[in-house]
Design a protein around this ligand. Structure first.
Ligand code: TNX
Length: 538
């Protein structure tokens, strides 16, 4: 009997060891180098976070990442005298070979040390440390369990790509600021660094522009919405909303604290009916128009032969640049039918005056005007692959969505590219096969499984090594025609976002779907604590 008790105690004591050493393998995205070691470090209310002036704010960030679930604050100190029971954060330029987003994380029984050449890397070290603590640490309130163990481990890690993006369409269905912040938190959890905020569309304009108040009085609201896939029936319910400039600044700052750049998208020359509803003089025909209530592509677009259009767009972009300090401004450029331009005397006159061949060159001329304007202001233009039509603007970066062809052409021509192909990176597509869709909400169509996303390689084999350098990374899109609210966005975005994270972080030769899937089981426990409505694993 005594033996049995001893054995039980021994087994009980070992369980956490096994559980925790297993956990060293569950970081998502998978670190480039990770060596599990013997033992574990315990974080208690006596543990001290050691910082210096450079790492003070990240020390505070670590405190706030841990304290809600732990129910206590680890003390911050700049006294490096203490050498035990510490979590030390250090910036070390000697680690510059890891790049600005790389870090090392060493967990020993007596101390944890996180080092990085730069702040973003140090932040990612904190994100990894938190994942090592197990799912309870993601609770927003004090967790019932009282002991916080970190398994001993040595990690050296850095991302494969520098553009690791998620897009969100807040136009087809408006998403409140609180959710946008939760979405940004989810990006940070997966070490994604770019949030592409799709802010303007035929169906709604979502950003306050002081000079053009009708954009938020009129363009931000539609009187009703078509039911399903353009069924011809409408719901009779007004829909809309917009972000004030203060709210935008707040979101941009929130993202910045998580080392995420927000790339705003202001669509032109197409997908702009909502603007024309308020300012019909910017169209070819003069209107009248109403904010679009159905999905698809409208023939009514900005007139390309009217100076007022460029004055308007430059005014808008000036306010947008003021709100979004990042390098890139996305100007859409996709799906712009040439129907109106063909019949418009102003557009035709302009084609002649500029010596252009046709309406496709007019589209290219349009984008070049905007490219010039953004470049003058020290920014860079990015647009969907239709901006290749009629010749690329000199400084343009291409976001390749109609497969990879546009991206390949752009890279061959020496332009930077973000891969966002609808074959792998469209999270508005179904995630299960057709015969398993009975319980799925209506989606755009397609079939993009978790495994398919995971298997994506953003670097096409058709490119030479030199051209491959133009592939900045990849991005997934969440278009919301059929995604009605925040919880539905989560359902479509997760867990595919986890697969995306590995596509853009982990070197292709280290990827292994089975291993990823095993880690996801632990990872989805984190998502549960974060109250995320993810699509269940099989
Ligand atoms: C194409 S991607 C669009 C969007 C739609 C999406 C639906 C792109 C540049 N244009 O306007 O929402 O397909 O998947």
């Amino acid at each position: 009997m005594k033996h049995l008790i001893k054995l039980t105690i021994l087994v009980m004591a070992l369980i956490p060891l096994f559980a925790f050493s297993e956990n060293t393998g569950s970081i998502v995205p998978k670190p480039v180098r990770l060596q599990p070691k013997e033992g574990r470090f315990q974080i208690t209310d006596q543990t001290v976070i050691v910082v210096n002036t450079e790492t003070q704010s990240l020390g505070k960030r670590l405190q706030s990442m841990l304290s809600p679930a732990m129910g206590f604050d680890c003390r911050l100190t700049d006294q490096s005298g203490q050498n035990e029971n510490i979590i030390a954060l250090k910036l070390d330029k000697d680690l510059h070979h890891l790049g600005t987003e790389g870090y090392t994380l060493s967990v020993k029984p007596e101390k944890i040390v996180i080092q990085a050449p730069d702040e973003p890397g140090l932040f990612y070290g904190l994100v990894s440390l938190k994942q090592l603590l197990g799912p309870d640490i993601y609770r927003s309130q004090k967790a019932p369990s009282a002991a916080w163990y970190v398994p001993c481990v040595e990690i050296e890690d850095a991302p494969k790509f520098r553009w690791r993006g998620m897009h969100l369409d807040v136009c087809r269905h408006f998403m409140p600021v609180e959710f946008v912040k939760k979405y940004i938190d989810l990006l940070a959890l997966h070490k994604l660094n770019t949030f592409h905020w799709h802010l303007t569309e035929d169906q709604g304009w979502r950003v306050e522009i002081k000079k053009y108040p009708k954009l938020t009085e009129i363009s931000a609201w539609r009187k009703e919405t078509v039911i399903g896939r353009n069924s011809g029936q409408y719901d009779g319910t007004p829909h809309g909303g917009f972000y004030t400039q203060d709210q935008i600044r707040d979101v941009v700052e929130y993202a910045k604290q998580r080392y995420i750049t927000v790339v705003p998208e202001i669509e032109m020359p197409g997908h702009s009916v909502a603007v024309l509803a308020a300012y019909p003089q910017l169209s070819c025909t003069g209107g009248p128009f109403e904010v679009y209530t159905r999905w698809g592509v409208s023939d009514d677009v900005f007139c390309a032969g009217n100076d007022q259009v460029f004055e308007f767009l430059k005014d808008v972009l000036a306010e947008v640049m003021d709100l979004f300090p990042g390098e890139y401004i996305h100007i859409g450029g996709d799906e712009c039918p040439k129907t109106r331009w063909k019949d418009c005397p102003k557009c035709q006159k302009h084609i002649k005056a500029e010596g252009l061949k046709d309406e496709h060159e007019l589209q290219s001329w349009f984008i070049k005007q905007i490219d010039g304007f953004l470049t003058e202001h020290g920014r860079r233009l990015i647009g969907w692959d239709e901006i290749l039509e009629g010749g690329l603007a000199p400084g343009a970066t291409v976001m390749s969505w109609r497969g990879e062809d546009g991206g390949i052409k752009a890279a061959q021509a020496g332009h930077d590219v973000v891969m966002a192909p609808n074959s792998h990176m469209y999270f508005d597509h179904y995630q299960v096969p057709e015969n398993e869709r009975d319980a799925e909400p209506l989606a755009f169509g397609g079939f993009t499984s978790l495994e398919k996303v995971y298997g994506y390689n953003p670097v096409p084999a058709a490119l030479t090594q030199q051209q491959q350098k133009h592939i900045l990374g990849a991005q997934a899109q969440v278009w919301t025609e059929y995604i009605l609210d925040a919880s539905h966005v989560e359902y479509m975005a997760l867990p595919r976002m986890c697969a995306l994270a590995e596509v853009v972080w982990t070197p292709a030769e280290q990827k292994d779907y089975d291993d990823f899937y095993n880690r996801l089981e632990e990872h989805t426990r984190r998502l549960k604590m974060l109250d995320v409505n993810f699509h269940p694993l099989k």
